[in-house]
Design a binder for this molecule. Structure first.
Ligand SMILES: NC(=O)c1ccc[n+]([C@@H]2O[C@H](COP(=O)([O-])OP(=O)(O)OC[C@H]3O[C@@H](n4cnc5c(N)ncnc54)[C@H](OP(=O)(O)O)[C@@H]3O)[C@@H](O)[C@H]2O)c1
Length: 272
């Protein structure tokens, strides 16, 4: 079995580490986080691997997963590239949706195979993500031999791999932000407004469940355009303007978001 080091043992590192280990795809060797306590907790969650204190103390491995916050990937890749460890170069990949494998360029310059593999899943909590991973689309980009191995490995744990071009990743990832990350933001805004209007908390929680379920069911069954309702979709532009003004007074950013989304709703309602 090929071996795996996990650098960055947060939500994604822990989940993928455990899935790969449990399925017998990779044997996890070293686990590194910012704090040793976090690395130890991650190794426990994964069920294998040694918590390490720094890059230099990581054991040799065939595959290196850099599951770090996006802003740290390039710096850690650079640090790793200049370390002199016996079995390097190996294969390194990161999981950013927006960034390409060029973030790992210093490693590629030292003969590593590099790639990015983005699982299109909201890893809110590793315990939940383990159960949710099967069927997750995984966008792959990078060196061909690395992609070959990663496609096999991710498919074995239930991922559905497809290719994405490095230059398309920013927009590809923006789609994921629209599709999932903005939902809690919109929900929070709605709940603040209901609170502001005096709706009892218990009813707000009920509304959250009911409206979300109905919206999801309608979108899945009918598609976004047919599921669209509301003043913009009805063409009631006077109401849209009045509501935008009221929101602007309540919170300028909420007012701007309402206006921008209403314009997109009008555009969608006119789409053939
Ligand atoms: N979360 C998602 O839903 C999701 C989905 C798909 C892809 N991704 C991508 O997956 C990657 C990881 O995201 P995440 O959500 O798993 O992040 P996360 O939960 O914040 O975990 C980041 C991990 O990196 C560690 N870390 C930070 N800086 C480090 C450094 N310089 N050296 C070593 N370890 C360091 C942290 O250590 P401590 O634990 O000690 O703080 C933590 O364990 C990102 O590229 C992200 O874009 C995330």
């Amino acid at each position: 079995m090929k071996t795996l080091n996990v650098i960055g043992a947060g939500r994604v590192g822990k989940t993928l580490g455990r899935l790969f280990q449990a399925a017998g795809i990779f044997q996890v060797q070293g686990v590194l986080a910012r704090s040793e306590a976090s690395a130890q907790q991650a190794a426990q969650f994964i069920g294998a691997g040694q918590a390490c204190q720094n890059l230099a103390s990581l054991p040799p491995a065939d595959v290196w997963l850099l599951a770090l916050p996006d802003a740290h990937i390039a710096a850690v890749a650079l640090e790793l590239a200049v370390l002199d460890v016996s079995n390097r170069p190996a294969l390194a990949f990161h999981c950013s949706g927006a960034l390409g494998s060029d973030q790992l360029a210093p490693l590629a310059e030292h003969g590593w195979q590099v790639a990015s593999a983005h699982p299109l899943l909201s890893f809110a909590r590793p315990e939940l993500a383990l159960a949710q991973f099967a069927g997750t689309p995984c966008a792959l980009e990078g060196d061909a031999p690395a992609l070959h191995l990663l496609e096999w490995a991710l498919t074995q744990i239930g991922g559905q791999c497809f290719a994405v071009a490095a230059q398309d990743k920013l927009l590809y990832h923006a789609a994921a932000v629209f599709a999932t990350n903005f939902l809690p933001v919109l929900q929070d805004l709605a709940e603040q407004l209901w609170q502001h209007s005096g709706m009892p908390t218990v009813l707000i929680q009920h509304m959250r469940a009911t409206l979300l379920h109905n919206a999801v069911n309608n979108i899945v069954a009918l598609g976004p355009k047919a599921a669209l309702t509301g003043p913009a979709a009805r063409g009631d532009l006077a109401l849209v303007a009045a509501q935008a003004q009221a929101l602007d007074q309540w919170d300028t950013q909420a007012g701007a978001a309402y206006q921008a989304l209403s314009q997109l709703a009008v555009k969608l309602s006119h789409t053939p």
